[in-house]
Design a protein around this ligand. Structure first.
Ligand SMILES: Cc1ncc(COP(=O)(O)O)c(C=O)c1O
Length: 388
């Protein structure tokens, strides 16, 4: 069936009742996505979950999921390992690299705890030193700061592709190139980028790239993964380990010296909640059907509309390169209070981003949103600014 943006919108239940502008936290799944994974689960139960043919078919289907995600990201599917969330994928890197005392990891100052705490944990364990990388200024200023922080001790740079705080798109290619030149590994957290903008890993060429399906891709909660270039994957140790570590037809043997996988699939050590990934593939296929360019253009138009209509007392927290997420402040009101008021007055769902400043309120403009949603948000902001 040829899906359009209108079909997509009609199929997302929450939009009938609320103004959903918080895809950056979690994307609302279309009904067809929910049905895809619920049906897949039911089918599995009807046939018997341990049914031999089903098991084989499932393995093949999961290869298809990795290949499908690879296609979306412009890379081969055998460079993808599937996870439950991006935090898990980030921990694979933190636990897998062989750090030694004195090693440094450069971490952006706007990172989500998913990409801060694993590095802080290693620091607490005395294995690395975290070097904070400030995110102010334009791209040139950012890159100059990075080149000053990179030293022969830098093992890894861990930073987001799009900052969760203010929606700034970071210059991914330049960051990766600077890391390569300095002999450091690069890890980009793509939680806010995949599904929000075109992400072509073949041209960015990072060592590691994390993604999740439960934000901009509108997939089921619990779908995520890690891209690892073979040169970087080879640097990871052998933990975590489990049946998924071994080449699959050998995992059941009693001998423990079976050959192990040499792709990120090895990190998927135990049983997956695989029906969720059927839901994710359904979500990706909807957007492929609609056309990614059309989807991105729709988001972009909503951002322009929003910025063009900001009421008196509401200011954008400006950024060098803007994405489909915009953070504003309403006078000096705390972000949490504003978010509560937006919901109470007009059922507008946004997110407080107090990590950036206590007043930060972030709006996510997804392709399924309409100009009417933006109008509602602007009206509600105007009322809060007026009364506050
Ligand atoms: C930039 C960024 N990284 C990581 C995460 C955490 O994602 P997950 O829940 O999939 O671990 C988020 C979620 O808000 C995020 O915005």
């Amino acid at each position: 069936m040829g899906w359009t943006l209108e079909d997509l919108r009609r199929d997302i239940p929450v939009l009938r009742r609320k103004v959903y502008l918080n895809t950056g936290t979690l994307g609302p799944s279309p009904q067809t996505v929910t049905v895809a994974f619920v049906r897949a689960y039911e089918q599995w139960q009807v046939e018997g979950p341990g049914w031999p043919e089903g098991y084989e078919a499932r393995r093949a289907a999961m290869d298809g999921v990795r290949a499908g995600i690879g296609l979306l990201l412009g890379v081969p599917g055998d460079r993808i390992g599937l996870a439950e969330n991006i935090t898990q994928a980030t921990n694979w890197i933190a636990a897998g690299l062989d750090f030694s005392p004195g090693d440094e990891v450069i971490v952006g100052t706007h990172e989500h705890p998913a990409n801060r705490y694993p590095w802080r944990a290693l620091e607490r364990m005395g294995r690395i030193r975290v070097v904070p990388w400030e995110m102010d200024g334009d791209d040139d200023a950012l890159m100059q700061r990075l080149s000053r922080l990179l030293t022969p001790r830098t093992r890894l740079v861990a930073v987001s592709h799009i900052l969760q705080t203010n929606g700034r798109i970071l210059p991914a290619e330049r960051i990766v190139a600077a890391c390569t030149e300095a002999g450091a590994l690069s890890f980009l957290d793509g939680a806010q980028a995949v599904g929000q903008m075109r992400v072509d890993l073949a041209s960015i060429d990072p060592d590691f790239y994390g993604f999740n399906g439960h934000k901009w891709l509108l997939g089921p909660v619990g779908t995520a993964g890690l891209y690892a270039h073979p040169r970087a994957f080879a640097r990871l140790g052998l933990l975590p380990a489990g049946s998924g570590s071994a080449l699959h037809d050998l995992a059941g043997r009693l001998e423990d010296d079976v050959p192990w996988r040499d792709t990120p699939r090895r990190l998927e050590v135990g049983t997956h909640n695989w029906p969720l990934f059927d839901g994710l593939m359904r979500a990706i296929s909807l957007y492929a059907d609609i056309g990614w360019q059309e989807a991105f253009a729709a988001s972009h138009a909503l951002v322009e509309q929003f910025l063009g209509g900001l009421p008196h007392g509401v200011e954008e927290v400006s950024v060098a390169r803007r994405s489909a997420m915009v953070t504003v402040r309403v006078k000096d009101l705390p972000g949490r209070q504003v978010v509560g008021e937006l919901y109470r007055r007009r059922k507008v769902i946004a997110r407080a981003v107090e990590e950036l400043q206590p007043q930060g309120v972030r709006f996510s403009f997804a392709p399924f949103n309409l100009p009417e949603d933006v109008e509602q948000a602007l009206q509600a902001l105007g009322e809060v600014a007026h009364d506050g």
